[in-house]
Every structure is written in C-alpha cells, then in structure tokens.
Design a protein around this ligand. Structure first.
Ligand code: ADP
Ligand code: ADP
Length: 224
C-alpha cells in the first residue's frame, strides 16, 4: 500500500503559507521528513492525520481518500503528535486498555492480549502498573508508540518524537520504530539529518512549505 499526496495547499488565517503545492509518494518503510523549524512538517502530519483541513489537494492511502474519508483513515492510522497529554495517576495498562476500547475492541480478553503485547514491544512491561504521568521522557515516548499501534495501523506518523531525549532513550525509541517500519509506512519528522540518514530509506526535504526534494535518502542527502 502506498501513500500518495497530490498538490496540497494550506494557508493559515494569519497568512502563513504552511503547505505550498506539496506532492509526495511514500512506500512501505521508514520515510524521513526533514526540514528546519517552520518548514511545514507538523502541518503536513496533522493534515494526514485528518486533524486539520487543507485549501486544496488530495491524499490517498491505498484506495482511502484520506481528506474525505476520515473515518476509514483513522482505523488504519497511528499518530504520535509532538506533545500528547496523559491522564494523571492512570497506569499504562489501564490507559492502553481504555484506548483499545475506544478503538472498538469490545472483548476484554482480546484487549488484555493486545495491551500486553504492546507493553512488551515497547519495553514497558515491568512499568505497566505505574502512572504514565510519572514516566521519564523516554518511557513516555515509548508509551506513545504503544498507543499508536493499537489496532495494527498501516500508516504510522511520528512528529519529532525524540526531541528532548538523551542518546540512550533515542536509540531505544528508534529501534522500536525501525521494527514497525518493516511492515507499514512510517513517517518520521525531524530536523536532524543524521537520524534520517541512519533510519530512513526514503525522505523529503521541506522548507517554507515546499518540498525541495523527495526520493531515495542517499540521493537526497547528496544534494545538501
Ligand atoms: P514545522 O513542523 O516544520 O516546524 P509547522 O507546520 O509547525 O512547521 O509550521 C509551518 C508554519 O506555519 C510556521 O510558520 C508556523 O508558524 C505556522 N503555523 C503552524 N501552525 C499554525 C497555526 N495553527 N496557525 C497559524 N500559523 C501556524
Ligand atoms: P528509559 O526511559 O529510556 O528507560 P531513563 O534513563 O529515563 O531511560 O530511565 C532508566 C530506567 O529507570 C528506566 O528504564 C526505568 O526502568 C526506570 N525509571 C525511570 N523513571 C521512572 C519512573 N518515573 N517510574 C518508574 N521507573 C522509572
């Protein structure tokens, strides 16, 4: 399944042209969205996560018309925003169980299975009964990834997920993300060239709302 983005344009009410004729084709695997602050990365990710409307353009994940068919897109989407809130004093296991219920998993024992597998996958099993609000930054981001993966998404979008993490935490996070990228489309936004070089086979460079280059990572990085 491919993600195809056609000529997306978005101006905010303050006049900022955040997305200027953005077109991209993204295949299965890790895709790096590289660009400085203000380039439009978050705007594009929020658009693909159907959290904001655009002025024109279209996007298709397989045959799902993302911008029109939000309901079907959300069934196959995992989105980790730059910042996410968690309920205070609620344990990881309870939060994930609740989110799985909201995603439509009505059967309690099925949820238990899903939640356990996710907690093991992100190496938080031994901390499952602790409040997520008490987690360190690294643990919290790994919890965020678990949250994303409920329901086996086909498209996973993570927005600057390692900002503020130390190198050990960052590696742990990226190892989990790379494993996910073996099976689905993962879009990773970052302003760190090295992260894209190490993790992503495909990438785009954005600046001032425009895509300056997209394609193979080696080719793209040879241009900058
Ligand atoms: P990036 O994620 O690459 O840092 P953003 O998509 O956050 O870029 O921002 C792109 C541009 O759009 C910036 O100039 C930013 O100030 C502006 N912008 C982002 N969100 C909004 C908003 N909700 N309203 C107005 N301007 C915004
Ligand atoms: P990471 O979160 O990447 O594992 P940290 O340096 O943040 O790395 O934490 C080291 C270890 O200390 C964690 O793996 C975890 O076992 C434990 N730990 C840190 N913070 C907490 C916390 N708030 N509650 C429970 N255990 C914690």
């Amino acid at each position: 399944m491919k993600l195809v983005i056609n000529n997306i344009d978005k101006k905010y009410p303050n006049g900022v042209h955040a997305l200027n004729d953005v077109s991209l084709t993204i295949e299965k695997g890790m895709f790096g969205l590289l660009g400085p602050n203000g380039a439009g990365k978050s705007s594009l990710m929020r658009t693909l996560a159907t959290l904001q409307d655009v002025d024109s353009g279209s996007a298709f994940l397989g045959d799902i018309d993302i911008l029109k068919d939000k309901e079907n897109l959300r069934k196959v989407l995992g989105y980790l925003p730059q910042e996410f809130g968690v309920y205070p004093r609620t344990s990881a296991v309870d939060l994930l169980d609740h989110l799985a219920l909201l995603k439509g998993f009505a059967d309690k024992s099925e949820r238990k299975q899903i939640v356990s597998e996710l907690l093991v996958k992100v190496n938080l099993w031994e901390h499952r009964k602790n409040a997520v609000s008490s987690y360190s930054g690294g643990m919290r981001q790994r919890f965020g990834i678990a949250q994303c993966l409920i329901g086996n998404p086909k498209l996973v979008i993570v927005d600057e997920p390692t900002a503020g993490l130390d190198p050990g935490e960052r590696n742990r996070f990226y190892n989990i993300l790379s494993e996910i990228g073996e099976n689905v489309i993962v879009i990773l936004s970052t302003h760190i060239v090295q992260d894209v070089r190490e993790l992503c086979t495909q990438m785009a460079i954005m600046d001032k709302g425009r895509v300056l280059f997209s394609g193979n990572t080696d080719e793209a990085l040879a241009q900058i």
